[in-house]
Design a protein around this ligand. Structure first.
Ligand code: PLP
Length: 356
């Protein structure tokens, strides 16, 4: 049976990316060696990293003066690298979910942290809008897509100070104005590659402004100066990321990814709003295109396990909601086809018919 992969992360990748990575794992570029058994410094591998960097720059329209690096440690390590490298006295954070909160917790070890606003009191079902960003802070940190709660900042905010953004789960799903940020980072395993590589886009002249000692491996400059090769980079995930970036380009770039994301999200939210058995959990204006969260309507609450079983039998994978929200979460990343979203909608409609 065809599986429809709605996993939140690690998550669906384009089929051809998986197939071509598998081929390179068996025989990289006709070398007779596996991608897993070559040096990251092999002359054939350098072009893979170079291409990933140049596709990042091209697809996101990254201005001059920015570097793209590939790191280990996940977005979770960036929570600490960001303040290590950019926080001298004070930083502002928007608390929109569990990941934002973790980022804020790390920053507190480096200086004063101002939480400009929080939606914790409403279990992060919306993104706060009215708040003041302190103009004397070193940066304003946001999480553009809240993977767990299904809320998303779908446009770049205006901030009086440079922004830092965790874009783990919505990078390459829309055009962004990189010039508003000094750092954009994320784990690649949501929209780009298998787990194991982290990306960071860094404004070069924002570095070197903190007075503390930064350990070599946690210093962005180390990785920029060494082209992501200071230590052994995760070769296989970087290779897969390069193929995904090529795929995005072939499909028409981030504008096309955005068009598809809007189309898929509109389809599924349309059904959630129409179908009397389900309700969406996020505030309508903040609804994420990437992670679509919904629960059973109160009068059908006891059918939750039944629907899960029903949908699973029809090939849906990964639709169980995060434990802090409950219900269901359908992650609709770039690689998920419209047909999978339609299959979920069909299952919801059939389930409604069965119970009316
Ligand atoms: C998944 C996720 C993280 C954590 O990423 P790791 O690479 O596992 O550290 C952080 N932020 C957001 C928004 C995420 O979706």
């Amino acid at each position: 049976m065809k599986k429809h992969n709605f996993n939140a992360g690690p998550s669906i990748l384009p089929r051809e990316v998986i197939e071509d990575t598998a081929k390179a794992i068996l025989d990289f570029n006709g070398s007779g060696l596996s991608l897993m058994e070559i040096s990251h410094r092999a002359k054939d591998f350098q072009p893979v990293v170079d291409e990933a960097v140049s596709l990042f720059k091209e697809l996101l329209n990254i201005p001059e003066g920015y570097s793209v690096v590939f790191l280990g440690g996940g977005a979770s390590l960036e929570f600490c690298m960001v303040p290590f490298n950019f926080l001298e006295k004070k930083a502002a954070y928007l608390n929109t979910g569990a990941w934002a909160k973790k980022a804020m917790k790390e920053a507190k070890g480096f200086g004063e942290v101002v939480e400009v606003a929080s939606s914790a009191e409403a279990n992060y079902t919306y993104i706060p809008k009215d708040y003041t960003i302190p103009t004397d802070a070193d940066y304003f940190h946001i999480t553009t897509n809240n993977t767990i709660y299904g809320t998303e900042l779908k446009e770049d905010l205006n901030s009086p100070i440079p922004m830092v953004a965790d874009m783990s789960s919505d990078i390459f799903s829309r055009p962004i104005d990189v010039s508003k940020y000094i750092c954009i980072y994320g784990g690649a395993q949501k929209n780009l590659a298998p787990a194991g590589v982290t990306f960071a886009i860094i404004k070069d002249d924002a570095l070197g402004k903190v007075s503390r000692y930064i350990p070599t491996m946690l210093n962005y400059k180390t990785h920029i100066d060494n082209g992501s090769m200071f230590n052994t980079p995760p070769v296989v995930p970087i290779y897969a990321a390069t193929l995904t970036l090529r795929w995005i380009k072939e499909q028409g770039g981030v504008k096309e990814m955005e068009r598809r994301a809007i189309e898929k999200a509109d389809m599924l939210y349309g059904e959630i709003d129409r179908n009397k058995m389900f309700v969406g959990t996020a505030a309508v204006e903040d609804r994420s295109r990437m992670n679509i969260c919904f629960v059973m309507a109160p009068e059908y609450k006891d059918l939750e396990a039944d629907f899960m079983k029903f949908a699973t039998e029809k090939g849906m994978v990964g639709i169980k909601g995060h434990r802090s929200v409950g219900g269901f979460r359908a992650s609709c990343y770039n690689a998920i086809p419209k047909e999978s979203v339609q299959a979920l909608i069909d299952a919801m409609q059939e389930f409604e018919k069965l119970h009316s």
